[in-house]
Design a protein around this ligand. Structure first.
Ligand SMILES: [Zn+2]
Length: 234
């Protein structure tokens, strides 16, 4: 009887260990599949090994220091970051966003630092514009993840307009029109290539521009800047 008890204990003990191992394996699988689905949110099925750029290689990426008098700071996301994929692509669109971040001091520099030091997701975009300056986060000819859609991410330059309550939104709006005019010129794009995040998904972004019906005004201002620029060049 004693011998039987010992072997029963051993069997129970072994079964518990096996069950524990199986549980650990299952939990591990769940964690891995969750991590994978974070990437999948951006709807990209890239072959990273493929060095051919999507849509054909665009001309050299531009690194502006200044667009029509607005200072542009370059603070690229580290190349080994989860949000800097380094995939080359053709530029076809500008995609407008608003940060929806109303806290004080959440201007362009603050967002640049967020992307550089805090962000732990694959989300990224190319420029953030506030009422006095612009930050450049990802080279224009590299894919970034901002549009919630494959086409938008693959071919769009993502621009975030700041809406911090201690900022001057009208000035931010104006500065963004200057950046967009510069980029359209730089990459031979047209006014029709100005898109909004909402063109690619059902998110109401850029919120202020959309709810106040100011997209046409934005495009007209961009058009005016480009025409004026071309007049001066002649
Ligand atoms: Zn957006």
């Amino acid at each position: 009887m004693k011998r039987f008890n010992i072997s029963l204990k051993k069997i129970i003990c072994a079964s518990l260990i096996v069950m524990l191992l199986i549980t650990i394996i299952i939990i591990n699988e769940i964690i891995i599949s969750k991590k994978k689905s974070n990437y999948d949110e951006s709807n990209i099925d890239f072959n990273i090994e493929d060095n051919n750029a999507y849509g054909g290689i665009t001309e050299e990426s531009s690194f502006p220091n200044d667009v029509y008098g607005i200072k542009v700071y370059t603070q690229f996301i580290e190349s080994n970051s989860i949000s800097r994929w380094g995939i080359k692509r053709k530029i076809k669109y500008i995609v407008l966003h608003e940060t929806d971040n109303f806290y004080k001091n959440t201007g362009a520099k603050n967002h640049a630092n967020y992307l550089s030091y805090t962000n732990k997701t694959s989300t990224s975009w190319h420029y953030t514009v506030d009422d006095s300056e612009i930050y450049h986060h990802v080279p224009d000819n590299e894919v970034a993840f901002h549009a919630s859609n494959r086409t938008g991410n693959l071919f769009g330059i993502g621009i975030e307009l700041c809406v911090n309550k201690d900022g001057n939104y009208e000035k931010t709006f104006e500065n963004a029109t200057k950046l967009v005019a510069y980029l359209l010129n730089e990459y031979d794009l047209s006014i029709e290539d100005i898109k909004t995040h909402s063109d690619f998904t059902n998110k109401n972004c850029p919120h202020n521009i959309l709810v106040n019906g100011r997209l046409d005004e934005f495009k007209q201002k961009v058009d005016y800047i480009i025409k004026n620029e071309n007049m001066q060049r002649r």
